[in-house]
Design a protein around this ligand. Structure first.
Ligand SMILES: Cc1ncc(COP(=O)(O)O)c(C=O)c1O
Length: 398
């Protein structure tokens, strides 16, 4: 290993949401924070050096993203995911959640229906509801410790109940691939079938692929838009180096829209909001991470997979009351805590005040998941061990 992912870096006092918000969120600050989805690893040195060089220039006036920025995104998507894209398809958003919200606002109207698949990262629900659209929840199915899409149910859900006719108020499908919090990296078959339903019914797919670089062995990320020309023409794909390279605070994402009309509508929204400029450091970081960060990423993937294997074994051997759903992607692990006999606020209280570990409560991802929590393993092994030890001891005291 050339990179030291074991290094423990103190993030307290940096206005880190994950570390410095513990007191507000959990009521105490002696928490091992394993909640907010960013990592405790330092970004690749090449990225830091490039930003340092720019920082030392001293003038941070208005800038634009040059041709090399777009070319780097084209190359990254090709080499990591085998998808050929044109540089002109690439546009910008400060973040993926803002991109989801802009898509909802641009391509649907109040009262239109937008499909999501719960359990799901909570902003998928709020960008629909807070914008006055109607959420259609095509709930995922959990079977044998594995989540699946329920596409038969989806066919029913997009129809008007009495007539069986397609409900033309269903305008958009918000896909999370890989999926947060279940860790699924959707298969080609699932994506093709979902894509067929959307193409047949003129439903625009907005695919959040922010976690697409964190994939475990035996799995492969498939951008849904890469599966056919038809799918490319009805998909907005959102990617960012933010989760992968510890860059989430730099607010820079690439939005890939092959269809010219859809792209120009999206760009129109960006321009209306006057947020298309981005920021100097985010642009530099994206470009350098995608151009020079592959070796670092390969090592990160090995490290995260070791973390994951460590966690799986730990729960199996020492905390069998909690069952992790093994993720295929993402550094987020969805834990089934039903064996503890606690739900909702009681479960939250258990993790915060008994284990002193900061987790995300499952009921925020789905009303059915009150006995689940989400645990972030994007941290040095020593932090992971400390978190697991605290959970084990608290479970033993129950
Ligand atoms: C699936 C998913 N989408 C989007 C985001 C946030 O993206 P951004 O910070 O770019 O808005 C997260 C962060 O946890 C996420 O897990």
């Amino acid at each position: 290993m050339n990179y030291d992912f074991d290094e423990v870096i103190d993030r307290r006092g940096t206005n880190s949401s994950k570390w410095d918000d513990c007191k507000d969120v959990f009521g105490r600050d002696d928490i091992v924070p394993m909640w907010v989805a960013d990592t405790d690893f330092k970004a690749p040195i090449e990225v830091i050096e490039a930003m340092r060089k720019r920082l030392e220039h001293g003038i941070y006036g208005y800038t634009y993203r040059g041709q090399s920025y777009n070319e780097t995104v084209v190359d990254w998507v090709k080499k990591r995911h085998g998808w050929d894209i044109d540089s002109e398809w690439i546009t910008f958003s400060p973040g993926i959640v803002p991109a989801l919200s802009m898509c909802v606002n641009t391509f649907t109207r109040p009262g239109d229906k937008v499909v999501i698949q719960s359990p799901i990262y909570p902003p998928f629900q709020s960008v629909v509801e807070a914008n006055g659209r109607i959420k259609v929840d095509n709930e995922l199915i959990l079977k044998d410790n594995h989540y699946h899409m329920d596409l038969d149910k989806l066919r029913e859900q997009i129809c008007i109940q009495d007539s069986g006719e397609f409900d033309n108020r269903v305008k958009m499908f918000l896909l999370c691939n890989p999926h947060n919090p279940t860790g699924r990296s959707w298969s080609k078959e699932e994506l093709l079938e979902l894509g067929r339903i959307c193409v047949e019914n003129n439903i625009l797919i907005v695919s959040d692929e922010i976690h697409s670089d964190i994939i475990y062995s035996g799995h492969k990320h498939i951008p849904i838009a890469s599966l056919s020309e038809e799918l490319a023409q009805c998909t907005v794909t959102c990617i960012s180096p933010s989760k992968t390279f510890s860059l989430a605070g730099l607010s820079t994402s690439a939005i890939i829209i092959p269809n010219k009309r859809i792209r120009s509508m999206f760009n129109n929204t960006l321009e209306t909001l006057h947020i298309d400029g981005g920021n100097i450091f985010g642009s530099i970081a994206l470009e350098v991470a995608y151009r020079n960060g592959e070796e670092w990423l390969e090592e990160l993937l090995v490290y995260l997979e070791d973390n994951l294997n460590f966690l799986m074994k730990y729960f199996e051997e020492k905390i069998p009351q909690i069952v992790p759903i093994r993720p295929e992607a993402t550094y987020l692990v969805w834990l089934d805590c039903s064996g503890l006999g606690l739900e909702g606020e009681q479960l939250m209280d258990f993790f915060a005040n008994e284990a002193k570990v900061g987790v995300n409560l499952g009921s925020n991802f789905s009303r059915r998941c009150g006995s689940f929590v989400r645990l972030n393993i994007g941290c040095p092994r020593s932090t992971l061990k400390e978190g697991l030890k605290r959970i084990e001891e608290a479970v033993n005291r129950l």
